[in-house]
Design a protein around this ligand. Structure first.
Ligand code: TYC
Length: 101
């Protein structure tokens, strides 16, 4: 019988499992004032005026823009709070969440 050598099988899960991250996405609409979108972005996502303005303009031009990534709970809470801030003023402003690939 031929001698066979067997490699030890040591395929295990990485010990430090990273939590899945979720994108918060800003959706464009025709009614929410630009300055209000910038104010919400600064308040809820702690962005500078410049960062907030760039994200607002990108969503305005392209239809949507990723704001930031967080763990699921944080992403959902921030998206809901930011959407509610628009609702409170009667605007259709919308933030959604989506898992990262
Ligand atoms: N399109 C809006 C306007 O022209 C501004 C706006 C930008 C609204 C981005 C939503 O996610 C948005 N007043």
């Amino acid at each position: 019988m031929p001698e066979t050598t067997t490699k030890p099988r040591t395929k295990v899960k990485p010990q430090t499992e990273r939590p899945k991250l979720y994108k918060v996405i800003l959706i464009n609409d025709d009614f929410t004032p630009r300055e209000f979108v910038v104010t919400v972005l600064k308040g809820e996502f702690k962005l500078s005026e410049d960062q907030a303005h760039r994200i607002m303009i990108t969503a305005h031009r392209r239809g949507a823009c990723v704001v930031a990534v967080f763990t699921r709970d944080v992403a959902e809470t921030k998206a809901t709070r930011a959407t509610d801030a628009g609702k409170a003023k009667g605007y259709p402003l919308l933030f959604t969440t989506e898992p990262e690939e």
